[in-house]
Design a protein around this ligand. Structure first.
Ligand code: SF4
Length: 273
């Protein structure tokens, strides 16, 4: 098996003098993903056991300045489109097929949907996308799904729907007990399931899970992911892998916090980058 290019392992959120925007070459996106960090203060409402954000180093206590964010997004997009980005040291070994812009991704050092004016930021990104005539470019939200019930987030998700949006919601557990162990949050597991289920009634969403070993025991083997693994087509497990499953909308709204059995999923296992 050939080794992946080192460019795929570089996920630094520092890019020159930029504060909120950072390009990365993503194997999954098969191109450049322009990250937007709405949590430069590194505050998150989860405290996942595997989180890679280094919170020993305090973040910047800065508000997200929308004008600056717009300017940084435009500059980053133009650097990718002109090819200038790939002349910079850290991007110079980007394989040719990956020298393309795929998306603007809301991710960063915390949960992006906790940002108070989430819909404003999505509108800003949609405006930049339109102004740069990038109708193929996606808007991607990487989220823990904890805030979908907020009106500002629901407005933001609707704006994403209108602008080639894609939601990647993480779900690493199938029981409240295992969820509490992994996510280490006061937010109830039922809220996450309800939020994901309701969002999936409106548009397809992607579930991203990390199937980890817990005390050297493969965590999924006790059915800990049963709520997302109740469809016979599901095979999205892999030791030491991260996986994703695509949920398509179910025809009728569900009252139960469990996922409907009719939801179809497909999966792919990816090596952890
Ligand atoms: S939700 Fe994401 S940023 Fe927050 S603790 Fe978990 S992995 Fe880290």
């Amino acid at each position: 098996m050939t080794e992946p290019s080192p460019v795929f392992l570089r996920h630094s959120r520092q890019f020159g003098e930029f504060r909120f925007v950072y390009p990365v070459v993503s194997r999954r996106a098969q191109g450049v993903s322009i990250g937007v960090n709405l949590n430069p203060d590194k505050v998150c409402n989860f405290n996942c056991v595997y989180c890679q954000v280094d919170r020993r180093d305090p973040g910047n206590k800065v508000f997200v300045e929308l004008d600056r964010l717009r300017e940084e997004l435009q500059t980053a997009i133009r650097l990718v489109q002109s090819g200038e980005l790939f002349q910079q040291g850290r991007f110079s070994d980007t394989p040719q097929p990956f020298r393309r812009l795929n998306d603007i991704a809301f991710s960063g050092d915390g949960e992006p949907t906790t940002y108070a004016n989430f819909d404003e930021v999505i509108q800003l990104a949609a405006d930049v996308r339109r102004a740069e005539a990038l109708s193929d470019m996606k808007l991607v939200l990487i989220t823990n799904a904890s805030m979908f019930h907020r009106p500002t987030v629901q407005r933001g998700l609707s704006l994403m729907d209108e602008n080639n949006g894609e939601i990647w919601a993480k779900l690493d557990a199938g029981t409240p007990e295992f969820f509490a162990k992994v996510a280490r949050t006061r937010i109830p597991f039922t809220r996450i399931l309800e939020n994901i289920t309701q969002a999936a009634q409106i548009r397809p969403i992607v579930i991203q899970s990390l199937f980890m070993r817990w005390n050297r025991f493969p965590a999924w083997k006790e059915g800990r992911l049963r709520p997302i693994a109740n469809d016979s087509t599901t095979s999205c497990v892999g030791e030491g892998k991260s996986s994703w499953c695509r949920f398509t909308p179910s025809p009728a709204p569900q009252r139960s916090p469990s996922f409907p059995r009719s939801v179809r999923m497909k999966s792919e296992t990816l090596p952890v980058a």
